[in-house]
Ligand binder design. Structure first.
Ligand SMILES: Cc1cc2nc3c(=O)[nH]c(=O)nc-3n(C[C@H](O)[C@H](O)[C@H](O)COP(=O)(O)O)c2cc1C
Length: 740
């Protein structure tokens, strides 16, 4: 529901909102500009009587004195029959400069209020503001869901690309946007009569005036009792007309003043709804609250980016949904595929499964998990494919599933298998899939296979799970869904450095440059072949080996700014892709695509960074050190086999130690006389590691799964005296893993 309430208004009003936001930002500068040029006495420093006396001394033909919302004072006067308006110094009454409201800001204001139209434009602006209120509220609920609860809203967000940009900006801007949208909606509602109209507080002209000789203006009692900070304006009586009066308007009300006695003759207090309107106006425009205006202006600047990233997210979701067209109906289906998804990518995998099951003669019904029926009378197989979202929670299309399961009547003999889609960087990896697996077993269904897991949409793991299901169901499955982008770029090997052959761990550092000559990136914008796409150390390159169906991912050790794409690859026994890469010679070409991995990066700031890795895992860690031009404290713990054979990046690391990009290097070699693993070195250095963590260090681990789990164990032991653990660091974004 929140998503619909968010995306529909967003799509409908995107263009209008962008215009409102950009013009709003420009207008927000005006109060601050006005304020910067204004002389504003402190509250209680100058009365209106003093001001009027000083101003009339310099402007004998004064007709009106006005206090602007910025606090500046303007006098309107006649001089030799010519009207004029000047800004004045309220302390001396002297003129500062002629007053000329900006035509540019007036035009922008018209664009902001009514898109340069009349009532029709005002209506569009009002409706857009109201829809913005809905989007802010629904967006806040979605943000809390994404973070894993309201309490976690300030924690670092995971995820990448448009999602990340949209969430981070929204978190920063939501309160400001809500305030602007609410106040804007209120003013529109008043204008169109949906809320009580603001009635003017003009009192009636006094029936009786003393008509005596005008007193000195500075002695008039009612003016002496009014502080300048409350003044709106003071209109002077016609010269030489003793029956005329001063007309005074202040924040609190309006009245007429006898020019002879100085008495307030008629007074009308400002009605409450007018005061409310005044406040709403100030909150919306920042007039009189210039600092608020600037904050609101800055938050409004996020709207164009939010609109564009939001539209892209919506478009990607739509494209990813796809439709399974040949669904069997509930009454006859023998195979049910239930899909739990937040961003629809799991549907791509489900479609592959559906099509192969159907091709094998099964009557397949695939639906979202929330559409679980009360029963499926003919069903024998139930396959659940679900992602996990938030902090181990259910994705949107499955958030009612557990409740629905209570009312589910399973037909006799129904067997099930669950496949979880998740990301190992989250502490609760595939937690929801595990809950679903337990829930289905709890209501008495028989497990076809143990719950399976797919990390970061790995085609390989999907294929493996399919093979297991094929064995137990007897349906020939060759699942190969590959959510790989169709746009790839071509690279040519520039040079390579080979290590580790003598210790049975052949590992190569491969450096690629753009393959020159032809256009190779057929994206939204075509790029020339001699450009590398944008990437950073820690991102991944997906490479499709010849004859392979699924891409293999390698962590990048360089950024495009280095002019080369560098990876560190260990040759796996029978590894299709690693074998292919190890056989490359300079000039050979490969095709790849970048998968950004912005969660695996050293945090900005001065806290120490502890880099831990083994074998080829050193690649992205070296990339981080190479980029540490600010020379923040960075420590590397790394394990290899033998210093003579596979000490990867040795000369580079020595250089980084010398120029302080690297603060400390601790190596362990398992096939050397003093055999040790990286976790042993961390253990030996426990007091340093402990101290660094105490002072806010962040830990990044890259390498094989076994190494990562041993490292985790050791760090947990080190953390015991601090009453901390790796899970807590992980939640705070201070323990990151890139493991394979
Ligand atoms: C904001 C966010 C939160 C996530 N939370 C988890 C999580 O707690 N556990 C997990 O294993 N994966 C988590 N993931 C990873 C997704 O489950 C994974 O990318 C999955 O393939 C997405 O599938 P979908 O597009 O069908 O929803 C999260 C992803 C995002 C963007």
């Amino acid at each position: 529901m929140w998503r619909k309430l968010h995306s529909l208004p967003g799509l409908l009003t995107a263009v209008f909102l962008i215009v409102l936001a950009v013009t709003g930002t420009i207008l927000s500068i005006s109060p601050a500009l006005e304020r910067s040029g204004a002389i504003v006495p402190a509250v209680g420093e100058v009365t209106v009587a003093q001001l009027a006396e000083r101003v009339t001394a310099h402007y004998p033909g004064t007709e009106q004195i006005k206090r602007l919302p910025s606090g500046g004072v303007v006098v309107y006067y006649m001089n030799d029959g010519n009207p004029g308006a000047d800004r004045v110094n309220p302390i001396t009454g002297q003129g500062i400069a002629p007053y000329q409201p900006s035509a540019f800001f007036r035009w922008i204001k018209d664009l902001h209020r009514a898109f340069l139209m009349d009532n029709g434009g005002r209506l569009i602006a009002g409706v857009s503001a109201f829809l913005m209120v809905l989007m802010c509220i629904s967006g806040a609920f979605m943000l809390s869901r994404r973070a894993g609860g309201w309490g976690a809203l300030l924690r670092p967000f995971k995820g990448a690309g448009d999602h990340r940009i949209h969430s981070e900006l929204a978190r920063f801007a939501v309160i400001g946007l809500l305030l602007s949208a609410l106040t804007g909606s209120y003013m529109s509602a008043v204008r169109f009569g949906l809320l009580p109209q603001v009635v003017g507080s003009e009192p009636d002209f006094p029936a009786e005036v003393s008509g005596g000789t005008p007193a000195v203006i500075g002695s008039l009692k009612a003016l002496k009792n009014t502080d300048l900070s409350n003044l709106h304006d003071l209109v002077f009586p016609y010269p030489n007309d003793p029956q005329d009066v001063f007309s005074l308007s202040t924040r609190q009300g309006a009245g007429f003043i006898d020019q002879s006695t100085g008495e307030m003759l008629q007074y009308e207090a400002t009605p409450v709804n007018s005061q409310l309107y005044d406040w709403m106006m100030r909150l919306h425009t920042g007039e009189g609250l210039w600092w608020l205006g600037l904050i609101l202006g800055a938050t409004a600047l996020t709207v164009p980016v939010l609109s564009i990233s939001g539209t892209r997210i919506w478009w990607k979701r739509r494209r990813a949904t796809g439709r399974v067209l040949d669904n069997a109906d509930i009454a006859t289906a023998d195979t049910i595929i239930l899909v739990g998804t937040e961003n629809n990518t799991t549907w791509g995998f489900a479609r592959d499964l559906h099509e192969q099951m159907a091709a094998a003669g099964r009557r397949v019904l695939s639906v979202d998990m929330n559409q679980l029926a009360d029963t499926y009378p003919q069903a024998t197989t139930l396959l659940v494919l679900t992602s996990t979202y938030g902090d181990g929670g259910a994705p949107t299309s499955a958030n009612k599933f557990m409740e629905k399961l209570h009312h589910f009547h399973a037909p006799n003999g129904l067997q099930f298998a669950v496949l979880g889609f998740g990301d190992k960087q989250f502490a609760s990896f595939c937690k929801f899939a595990i809950q679903v697996d337990k829930g289905l077993a709890f209501i008495g269904l028989e497990r076809l296979a143990a719950v399976g897991f797919v990390d970061r949409k790995s085609t390989e793991q999907f294929t493996e799970w399919g093979n297991r299901i094929a064995v137990v169901t007897g349906v020939p499955l060759a699942l190969s869904h590959n959510p790989v982008p169709t746009t790839r770029f071509e690279l040519a090997l520039v040079d390579r450095a080979d290590f580790g052959v003598a210790v049975q761990a052949p590992t190569s550092i491969l450096r690629f440059g753009p393959a020159s000559g032809k256009k190779i990136l057929w994206g939204l914008f075509r790029k020339k072949a001699n450009q590398l796409p944008g990437f950073d150390a820690g991102d991944l390159i997906g490479i499709l080996p010849p004859g392979g169906k699924a891409p293999r991912y390698y962590s990048l050790a360089s950024s495009n700014e280095d002019g080369l794409l560098e990876i560190c690859v260990r040759k796996q026994p029978d590894g299709l892709c690693s074998g292919f890469l190890h056989n490359l010679t300079p000039g050979d070409r490969i095709q790849g695509f970048i998968q950004h991995n912005p969660n695996f990066r050293p945090a900005a700031g001065h806290h120490p960074t502890i880099l831990i890795g083994a074998g080829a895992g050193i690649g992205p860690l070296t990339g981080f050190i190479r980029k540490n031009n600010a020379k923040h404290p960075m420590y590397l713990y790394w394990g290899g086999r033998n210093p003579q054979s596979d000490f990867l990046y040795e000369p580079e690391l020595s250089r980084y130690l010398e120029d302080s990009r690297l603060s400390g290097l601790n190596t362990a070699f398992s096939r050397a006389p003093e055999s040790a693993y990286v976790q042993d070195k961390i253990s030996e250095d426990a007091s340093n590691v402990c101290h660094m963590i105490e002072t806010g260090a962040q830990i990044l681990v890259c390498g094989g799964r076994d190494m990562a789990s041993s490292v985790k164990q050791v760090i947990n032991e080190i953390l015991l005296p601090l009453n901390l653990d790796v899970d807590t660091l992980e939640r705070d974004g201070r323990y990151l893993e890139d493991v394979y």
